[in-house]
Design a protein. Sequence first.
Length: 380
Amino acid sequence: MSDIRIKRITTDLLDIPIKRPHQFSTEKVSTKSFVLIQVELSNGVVGIGEGTTPGIWWNGESVETMRLVIDRYAAPLLLEENAVYIEKLMQKLNRQIRANHFAKATVEMALFDALGKTYDVPVHQLLGGLHLEKIPVRWALASGTPEGDIEEAISHVDAGRYANFKTKSGKESPDDDALRNIRIAEGIRGRSFIGIDPNGSWDKITVMKWMDAFFEAGIDFLEQPLPPEDIRGLAQLAAMKKVPIMADESLETVQDALRLAEEQAADIFSLKIHKSGGMMNTVRIAGIAQAAGISCFGGTSLESSIGTAACVHAYASIPNLDYGSELFGPDWLADDPVKNPLTIKDGSIIVPDGPGLGVELDDIKVDKYRRKEEKGVLTR
Ligand SMILES: [Mg+2]
């Protein structure tokens, strides 16, 4: 067995501007923060990985917590270990660091990049091989008004850039949200479709009340309409057999996937490599979905080309990605910390075929966006 030791692990925080402010259910953002990890092996190869979250509201992790967990707890467990035992190393992290899935996925990403470069193969070949060479991408409409969203959707369709869309909800009351989404769906009828993502902010009675109207408006899916813990509620909505129900925040671990499948609480799984602790777990979750007849959707934590490449390698290696993806992160950011950003062409993202993740770090951009040291003082 090859003996390739992990010699050095470094982390940086990057703050990269986005093209336009993005309205989530809880906050509006104008930059996106990342933790960048670099793992150097004894053969001289350096693997890169990236951690990012939609925000600390999403599952409790932030780039700052990820950096702390990696520097203080994960790195000492990994240094001088043999990187080829990647599965064993991830199990070691799981035993000694509870949860912190985003941080673990960041570490796993850099290890896979380093091993791919070492063996001169793209990461998807280490995950089981390729099923797709490009993945359809949905754009997220978040302009703030239904008219703006309709206009944005139609201009993307006319330009041949994106074919289908997702909307963010949760800022208004559920009833107003429902009406707004129906207006958008009707405004683009015959041209395109939307899926709705209220990030768990709706309630079951409201969804039941609007379900027929959503169905008639041609809504593609309802993503995480109810709070993450309400598995029974999701199952009741799925049992209505109208608009397909997608689980996102309810689905993090492999065990969550099994429970959702057993309770028939989702028609679609939104996969995300960070929330599930890495690419290997994501492929495992897709396997549970396949066995249960559940479709998959390639979710995003709005990564740059580094994290998006990891998502693409994982999603392109599974056979049941029936709903495509939302891997528009590189197009949403105003800049990218790599020299060769991923390509989105005719509504699909192309799977990189270079060794490892297939993207090369741009040190000048890293310097430009590296966060300055902060002190623990809050002023206004
Ligand atoms: Mg979501």
